[in-house]
Design a protein. Sequence first.
Length: 120
Amino acid sequence: MDKETFFDNNNIEKSTNLLTMEEITRGLDEIMGGKPYKAIKEKSDDKGLFSVEFETTEGEKEHYSYFRKGNFGKYGGTDETILTRLYMLDDQVDGGEVIAYFRNGKWEYVDKYSYANKND
């Protein structure tokens, strides 16, 4: 796992959304509906995980990512903690869409993925 610090002193993250791998995968489990997947890349800083990429392990490959709110230098940044479905072309990311936001201590799914909220 890469272990580096990526904070801009002018924009230090104040987020309390420092999620564990278990909390991240709990959000993804709702979308996957039992389809097996694994983490393939993890990036962390002195606070914990800020980026994790996942791929399915059976059938057609699907790619997903988690990104924590903040600015992480060459890895980019986001205004909210998110889960994203990635679209790949020739094994490179070629776009994506947000599928869930982590707000007020829980995952909130984008409308087209609202079936994931069936247990709320």
